[in-house]
Design a protein around this ligand. Structure first.
Ligand code: BGC
Length: 409
């Protein structure tokens, strides 16, 4: 059922409590507790868009179930645990069966994970790649079996099997980090030159280059006119990159830079870190190996809990916050629409009623094989000044009885 008018869908949806699995056997509708959707008053989640008729969701003919395979890169970095949980919960709420696996940052493990999802009857794969370019063969296999693929947060490269991409605006993340530095160092008005070092992301993660590009494009005028200097001369993407986004690798690299280029009389003003795990490494290196007494600006991304403490303590200056719950809401709505045999576009956003910004982009994410239609959310800058309002008042984070911060799931 491709095009159904909106009113008809609303009526159908209000008459039946349907689900992903509801095409299995018509008579099962309403008898399967897994398909019960919470009432609007029970649910605190963003509403899913009414652009699809859930009863039209197609399942692979093999088993009559709707199975969603979710392949996350690893459990080590805080965010993927939350992404995995949010995606699983939202898909299950819609009556889908979910197979969720974490690949321990290993390409072979991720390929095996995806293969087992295909074997378990997956209808849709939601994948955040360990290495965006390493999954072409297994994606080809998925496509040949009619399985739909959504690249989640990181683009899947060199494959025409990727149907859609859901992410935050990755370029803007770098822009926000750079804008913060420009403001904090008063580069527009200051006459002195300031010193900056770069700690960028994992080169096998396609996002890392976007973060980097957003930042260097924004800093470019100041790097050009000499108001910003990179004393180590390490400024290119690869030479500043951090394998696996590792805190330890970031720490070691900055320690070497500090010991080699920043003797007592040389001041370091800022370290542009691509995300919070690298920012943790940078703040540790500054604590152990920087001899200056000035506050060094350190950027980040993700609002990981240790980094929220770090911002409160003044060790890290900012983070770029990306609400993972919202990202998963988009991915689930998109996934369900695709499974309804729909070809979602910007209308998905228009009809969604989401209380957050999201844009539909059909130009910027070329994966080497096709331009992947993308749904992009908008990141925001969080500092000590707006942390309470943006992270806690919004309900994304909370403090427990002992006052300890945790991310609300
Ligand atoms: C994500 C970031 C994350 C990084 C390391 C990137 O692909 O967009 O949010 O910090 O991976 O996990």
């Amino acid at each position: 059922m491709k095009k159904i008018n909106f009113i008809a869908i609303t009526i159908i949806l209000s008459l039946i409590l349907s689900s992903c699995g509801s095409t299995q056997v018509a008579g099962e509708i309403g008898t399967n507790s897994a398909v019960q959707k919470p009432s609007a008053s029970e649910s605190t989640d963003e509403p899913l868009p009414k652009t699809y008729d859930q009863s039209s969701v197609k399942v692979r003919p093999d088993d009559g179930r709707t199975v969603i395979g979710i392949s996350m890169p690893d459990k080590l970095l805080e965010r993927w645990n939350h992404d995995g949980t949010f995606l699983k919960e939202h898909f299950e709420k819609e009556g889908c069966e979910v197979v969720l696996k974490f690949a321990n940052n290993l390409i072979d493990t991720q390929i095996n994970d995806i293969r087992s999802m295909i074997d378990e009857g997956a209808d849709l794969l939601v994948i955040t790649a360990v290495d965006g370019a390493a999954l072409s063969s297994i994606l080809k296999e998925a496509k040949s079996q009619g399985i739909k693929v959504v690249a989640y947060d990181r683009l899947l490269m060199n494959s025409d099997a990727v149907d859609y991409y859901v992410s935050y605006d990755n370029y803007k993340v770098g822009v926000l980090q750079a804008e913060y530095i420009i403001e904090a160092l008063r580069l527009k008005t200051s006459r002195d030159s300031k010193n900056i070092e770069f700690v960028t992301g994992d080169p096998v993660d396609n996002n890392a280059r976007y973060f980097y590009q957003g930042a260097v494009d924004t800093l470019h005028p100041y790097l050009e006119n000499g108001k910003l200097r990179v004393i180590s001369n390490q400024q290119g993407f690869y030479e500043t990159s951090t394998a696996q986004w590792s805190t330890d690798i970031a720490q070691q690299r900055l320690q070497i830079i500090l010991n080699s280029y920043y003797p007592e009389n040389v001041k370091l003003d800022a370290v542009l870190c691509a995300n919070d795990s690298t920012a943790l490494g940078a703040t540790r290196a500054l604590e152990s190996d920087y001899t200056g007494t000035n506050k060094v600006i350190v950027t980040g991304q993700d609002a990981d809990v240790p980094n929220i403490y770090s911002i409160i303590e003044g060790k890290q200056s900012m983070t770029v916050f990306k609400a993972l719950r919202d990202e998963s809401v988009v991915a689930v709505a998109l996934g369900l629409a695709i499974l309804s045999d729909d070809t979602p576009d910007g209308q998905l956003i228009t009809n969604s009623g989401w209380g957050f910004d999201c844009t539909y982009n059909t130009t910027d994410y070329d994966n080497g094989s096709k331009i992947v239609p993308s749904f992009l959310l908008s990141p925001i800058t969080v500092t000590k000044d707006n942390l309470e309002e943006e992270l806690f008042d919004t309900g994304y984070y909370a403090r427990n009885g002992a006052g300890l911060i945790y991310a609300v799931e």
